[in-house]
Design a binder for this molecule. Structure first.
Ligand code: ASP
Length: 428
C-alpha cells in the first residue's frame, strides 16, 4: 500500500479531531463528562497533546543553539553577518508593519465593534472571569516594552535557556558563533564539528518526532474543539471573520507578491513546500514548538541553505510575528470601537507602534499575544478586562495567526536566501 504523505496524515487528523472533539463537546453536560473507563476524553487528549508538544519543545534549546552557532560561524566574516542581519531585520520590520496596517485598514473598513454606528460594548459577554484576565496580564504596562530589549541580554544564559527565553539564547549563540571564527583553526575546527554534529542530530530527532504528528495533532485539536465547540457569539463573529480576512490578505496577497517580485521565486511552490510547517503551526498555535519543522521544510523542501535558515528562522520564530502583530492591532481597534473610544490619529498611531514593538517580544506560545494586547489597552486608556471578550475566539484565531507567523518567517528566509545569491528549489 502506498504510504500517505505526512501532511495529508496531519490534515486528516485535524478533520477527524474536529468531528470527534465536537461529538465530545455535544455529549458534555453539567452532569456528564464523557470518557472511557472512567477517564475523561479531554484528560486523554491533554495527555497525548502535551506529550507531543513536550517532545517538540524538548529539542528547542539544543536546536537553536547549535543551528545559530553553525550558521553564524559558517557566514564567517563580520561584514557578511552584518549584511545578512541587516537584511533580515529590515524584512522582518517591513512585513510586520505591513501586516499591522492591513489589520488597521480592514478593521476601519468593517468596523466590527459597531452595529448601526453604535458601540457594541454592552453586548460583549466576558467569558473569562475578571480574576483570570487579571492574573494573565497583571501589572503590564508600556514599560514592559523596554523589558523586551533587556531580555535580549540575559544575566544568566542557563537560566534564560531553562525559562525558554529565546531572544537571550539567540543573542548568546550569535556571539558564540561569531567569536568562534576569531579563534585559531585548532580550536575552532573541533568546535564547529561538534556543534554541526549536534545540529544534525536535532534535525534527525525532529524527523522522528514528526512521525507522531498525526496522533499529537489529533489530540491537540480534539481537545480545543471538545472544550469550546463551534458555538459562535454573534457579536464577535464579525470580528473573527474580519481578522481571518485580514490575515488571508497578508498571507495570500502581500507575501506572495514580495516572494515573486523581490525573491524571484514561485510563491505557491514555496507555500506548497511549507505546508507541513503551517499545519503544525495551526495545530499547536506555537511558533516555538513549530520551529524544528519550519527549519526542516526550509532546508530540505525549499532548498534554503543551512547558513541562512539557521540564522533567519530561529530569530523569526520570536521576533517576526506577522499574524500576531496584525491581530494585536485588530483586537485593540475592535475593543476601542466597541467601547466607543474616539479613534483619533494619535490613538491609532499608538496602537500601531506598540503592536510593532510588542510583537517582537511576544513568546511563540499559545495565547501569548493577549499580554501584548493588555499593554496596548492600558496605553490607550481602555480597561484591561475588555480582553475577556476576545477569549471566545482566541484559540481558533491563535491557530490562524500562528500559521501566518510561520509563513511570514518562511517567506523572509526564502527572500533573504535569494538576495544572498542562492538558487533554492523554487526559483522562477
Ligand atoms: N501563538 C502565537 C505564536 O506562537 C503567539 C500569539 O499570537 O499568541 O506564534
Amino acid at each position: 500500500m502506498r504510504k500517505i504523505a505526512l501532511h495529508w496524515q496531519i490534515l486528516i487528523a485535524i478533520i477527524l479531531a474536529a468531528a470527534v472533539g465536537y461529538a465530545v463537546n455535544l455529549a458534555t453536560t453539567d452532569d456528564v463528562t464523557p470518557g472511557i473507563l472512567g477517564v475523561e476524553y479531554t484528560v486523554i487528549f491533554t495527555f497525548i497533546g502535551d506529550l507531543f508538544l513536550n517532545a517538540l519543545k524538548m529539542i528547542i534549546v539544543p536546536l537553536i543553539t547549535s543551528s545559530i552557532i553553525v550558521g553564524v560561524a559558517g557566514i564567517g566574516s563580520g561584514g557578511h553577518l552584518g549584511s545578512l542581519g541587516g537584511k533580515t531585520l529590515l524584512f522582518y520590520a517591513a512585513t510586520t508593519l505591513a501586516a499591522i496596517l492591513i489589520g488597521l485598514l480592514v478593521m476601519n473598513a468593517v468596523k466590527p465593534g459597531l452595529i448601526d454606528g453604535e458601540p457594541i460594548g454592552h453586548m460583549l459577554s466576558f467569558e473569562a472571569s475578571a480574576a483570570d484576565v487579571a492574573a494573565r496580564v497583571e501589572g503590564k504596562g508600556v514599560g514592559d516594552v523596554a523589558k523586551i530589549f533587556l531580555r535580549m541580554v540575559p544575566e544568566n544564559i542557563v537560566h534564560a535557556a531553562a525559562e525558554g527565553q529565546m531572544l537571550g539564547m539567540i543573542f548568546f549563540a550569535i556571539l558564540f558563533g561569531f567569536f568562534m571564527t576569531r579563534l585559531d583553526h585548532d580550536y575552532s575546527e573541533p568546535l564547529y564539528k561538534f556543534w554541526n554534529g549536534v545540529f544534525h542530530v536535532m534535525m534527525k530527532m525532529t524527523n522522528w518526532i514528526m512521525l507522531f504528528a498525526p496522533i499529537g495533532v489529533f489530540a491537540l485539536v480534539a481537545n480545543v474543539i471538545a472544550e469550546t465547540g463551534f458555538d459562535a457569539a454573534p457579536s464577535l463573529f464579525l470580528f473573527a471573520l474580519a481578522v481571518l480576512f485580514a490575515l488571508a490578505l497578508h498571507a495570500f496577497v502581500l507575501l506572495p507578491v514580495l516572494l515573486r517580485l523581490v525573491g524571484r521565486v514561485r510563491p505557491f511552490a514555496v507555500l506548497n513546500r511549507a505546508k507541513q510547517a503551517m499545519l503544525m503551526a495551526f495545530s499547536t498555535a506555537s511558533s516555538s514548538a513549530t520551529l524544528p519543522v519550519t527549519m526542516e521544510c526550509a532546508e530540505e523542501k525549499i532548498g534554503i541553505s543551512n547558513k541562512v535558515s539557521s540564522f533567519v528562522l530561529p530569530l523569526g520564530a520570536t521576533v517576526n510575528m506577522n499574524g500576531t502583530a496584525l491581530y494585536e492591532c485588530a483586537a485593540a481597534i475592535f475593543l476601542a470601537q466597541a467601547y466607543g473610544l474616539d479613534l483619533t490619529f494619535g490613538v491609532q498611531f499608538a496602537i500601531v507602534t506598540i503592536a510593532l514593538m510588542t510583537s517582537i517580544g511576544v513568546a511563540g506560545v499559545p495565547s501569548a499575544s493577549l499580554v501584548a494586547i493588555a499593554i496596548i489597552l492600558a496605553a490607550i486608556g481602555l480597561p484591561v478586562e475588555a480582553i475577556g471578550a476576545l477569549m471566545v475566539f482566541d484559540r481558533i484565531l491563535d491557530m490562524a495567526r500562528t500559521s501566518v507567523n510561520i509563513w511570514g518567517d518562511t517567506c523572509c528566509a526564502t527572500i533573504i536566501a535569494r538576495l544572498d545569491g542562492e538558487e533554492t528549489k523554487v526559483a522562477l
